[in-house]
Design a protein around this ligand. Structure first.
Ligand SMILES: [Cu+2]
Length: 122
């Protein structure tokens, strides 16, 4: 009897291991953040500004929640969206913004315009 339970457990472990997500095909594009499902969005989220990029480039936060960006680069960056702007954010400095309405918010750095990010508010 014990052997059967062990076998069942083993089968479960093997099945569970088989379910780990494979690498996203096609370069891991996230369909513009539109299909992020109903996962519970956190009320607080953070983005690192590092290596002239926003990490992660797309982040989810609950309606009324805040996102905090921290600049880890040795040069200033800005966090600039349609209705929010950090101004020049020096190394080590943080900027937070509260998102009161659901939607997808694109933002960028005005100094380095190739730096772009997205906040998805649920
Ligand atoms: Cu920048």
């Amino acid at each position: 009897m014990k052997k059967m339970i062990f076998a069942a457990l083993l089968a479960f472990v093997v099945l569970a291991a088989g379910c780990t997500q494979p690498a996203a095909p096609g370069g891991g594009q996230q369909a513009n953040g539109t299909v992020l499902q109903n996962a519970t969005a956190p009320t607080v989220a953070s983005v690192m500004v590092t290596g002239f990029s926003f990490q992660p480039g797309s982040i989810m936060v609950a309606k009324g929640g805040s996102v905090t960006w921290t600049n880890q680069d040795p040069v200033p960056h800005t966090i600039t969206g349609a209705d929010f702007d950090s101004g020049n954010l020096d190394r080590g400095k943080s900027y937070s913004h509260v998102f009161d309405k659901a939607g997808t918010y694109e933002y960028h750095c005005t100094i380095h315009t190739s730096m772009k990010g997205t906040v998805v508010v649920q």
